[in-house]
Design a binder for this molecule. Structure first.
Ligand SMILES: C[S@@+](CC[C@H](N)C(=O)[O-])C[C@H]1O[C@@H](n2cnc3c(N)ncnc32)[C@H](O)[C@@H]1O
Length: 222
């Protein structure tokens, strides 16, 4: 059916408004330049709500696999200088096994594999992130060292880790603390970007880097 002149006129008038809304929605989700921001509670964001407004690309993203449940925190990548500082603060060395809990695009295990030749495991509840991380590992040539798993970080066995990296939220770090202390071997180093463990566990070292703070804990002897 051919659209009437009235319909065409209405579309022409609404198009700029729709485009402006879509742009705002994208910017609200993640900085366009990829720069870091503190991750927010995931309840304020869904990839699908945002991308649904964008037009042609939306179909591809709408068809993307969805997480088994709402992530506890949205995806915000750790800037590369902070990644490097986290690996240094953890004292990553040959033989370590690094677990990134909520691994996003995989940059932390990938950097550890590239810089130190260590094995890494990334766990993320969002299958889109896991797909990105696997593609990035492929590009970086470290698929023999890193593995990415779609899973809930609270449900996975993390006992083989000797280094754990986190960029979650303070409340999630606190919720995770009993699991870290129960499963990880004494001497395992834990480094968190931006968030401490409130009054539940004082960090043994902190460092300012790139306008943010990173924290180090070591699992004590039992
Ligand atoms: C702030 S991003 C950090 C990404 C990466 N670690 C980094 O520093 O660049 C948090 C990640 O945690 C993931 N996530 C949220 N809740 C999760 C859960 N319960 N289990 C596993 N991953 C989760 C999100 O999908 C997101 O990719």
């Amino acid at each position: 059916m051919k659209p009437s002149k009235k319909t065409l006129l209405a579309l022409a008038l609404c198009a700029p408004i729709l485009l402006a809304c879509a742009d705002q929605a994208v910017n609200a989700y993640e900085p366009a330049d990829g720069s870091a921001a503190a991750p927010a509670d995931a309840s304020v964001d869904t990839t699908h709500t945002v991308t649904a407004a964008i037009g042609d690309d939306a179909a591809a993203v709408t068809d993307a696999p969805r997480p088994s449940r709402e992530p506890d925190v949205i995806y915000v990548p750790t800037p590369e200088p902070v990644v490097d500082a986290m690996l240094n603060l953890a004292g990553v060395r040959e033989g370590d096994v690094l677990y990134d809990l909520g691994s996003g695009d995989g940059r932390i295990p990938i950097a550890a594999a590239q810089r130190f030749g260590v094995r890494g495991v990334g766990i993320d509840i969002n299958p889109v992130r896991v797909r990105e991380a696997n593609a990035n590992a492929e590009t970086a040539g470290v698929t023999d060292l890193v593995t990415f798993k779609e899973a809930d970080l609270f449900e996975e066995d993390i006992s083989e880790a000797t280094v754990v990296t986190l960029y979650l939220l303070q409340s999630l770090n606190v919720k995770l603390r009993p699991k870290l202390l129960a499963e990880l071997k004494p001497g395992t180093r834990i480094v968190s970007h931006a968030f401490d463990m409130a009054d539940q566990w004082a960090p043994e070292q902190t460092q300012e880097v790139d306008g943010t703070r990173i924290y180090l804990w070591t699992v004590p002897e039992r």
